[in-house]
Design a protein around this ligand. Structure first.
Ligand code: L34
Length: 258
């Protein structure tokens, strides 16, 4: 960071949060902390749940015009009365550190991108750091959201994997999952992935962020049982979540260099 600052490059990130969802609050706090730790200038805009679409779009316009701000992130989900698609589309693609804008989504699809979406990019980083090359491997992604499942599949494809995307209508999910050398779970249901769905030795990556019956944070994977079968597994907390934040920091720096 010091090196960048010497060159007059000062990354600035604006994080917008609307309403008081406690989980979103925690994630946004973690983003703020990470900025402080590495020396990225950050601004937080905590707006009340009653914020109108017009007010939110006005703020995005102000941030879009700001010279100090290179990156804009609107924490999702937004309260139901707000139009998420329109909000994302209002962020200039070059400040879209989430890579959710249709222009950035399209660029990812053709493999010519500036930003990668933070959670799927974090998963790829974990795979790479573990010394695993997805080339030719069977990769199964459970979940088809625009934020995780779909871009995750695309990133694995870029690394030459054979990719299957599963979802709620998939027939015989268990057999499809059992083919996976690398299984990415992004379902949103606690302990959804059980040991009988895992090929022995498989790499299991848990993107879930749920609360169990005791209110304890847990992923989509039944960690205790799956870890006995898997070759490698990520925990929740302390797995993909912190990687998401790290990739956001990377994108914030990248935005300042564009
Ligand atoms: N716009 N909305 C936008 N961008 C994002 O990248 C996100 N995401 C997801 C939800 N909405 C978003 C996040 O920030 C999920 N997410 C996220 C970020 C950080 C963590 C989890 C999810 C995280 O820090 N997890 C910690 C534990 C947190 C806790 O104690 O609750 C962990 O160790 O996994």
């Amino acid at each position: 960071m010091a090196e960048l600052k010497e060159k007059g490059i000062n990354p600035g990130l604006a994080v917008v949060i609307v309403g008081d969802d406690p989980a979103s609050r925690v994630y946004v706090n973690n983003k703020k902390k990470a900025c402080e730790e590495i020396g990225i200038y950050s601004e937080e805009y905590a707006l009340p749940a009653e914020t109108t679409q017009e007010q939110l779009l006005d703020l995005i316009k102000t941030l879009s015009d700001s010279k100090q701000i290179n990156g804009i992130l609107v924490q999702l989900p937004l309260p139901k009365h707000l139009d998420e698609k329109a909000v994302i589309a209002a962020i200039p693609p070059e400040k879209d550190v989430d890579a959710f804008h249709p222009v950035n989504v399209g660029k990812i699809m053709i493999g010519d991108f500036d930003f990668l979406p933070c959670t799927p990019a974090g998963v790829m980083e974990l795979i790479a750091e573990a010394g695993i090359d997805p080339t030719g491997k069977e990769c199964v992604v459970i979940g088809r959201s625009n934020i995780v499942g779909k871009p995750q599949a695309m990133l694995l494809l870029h690394k030459n994997a054979t990719v299957t995307i599963c979802h709620s209508k998939t027939v015989d999910l268990k057999s499809v999952c059992r083919r996976a050398d690398i299984l990415v779970a992004a379902v949103g249901k606690a302990k959804f992935v059980t040991a009988d769905m895992i090929k022995p030795g498989a790499v299991v990556i848990d993107v879930g962020m749920n609360r169990d019956e005791n209110g304890k944070l847990c992923g989509d994977v039944d960690f205790e049982n799956v870890k006995e079968v898997a070759g490698a597994i990520t925990p929740v907390p302390g797995g993909v979540g912190p990687m998401t934040i790290a990739m956001l920091m990377k994108n914030a720096v990248k935005a300042a260099l564009l």
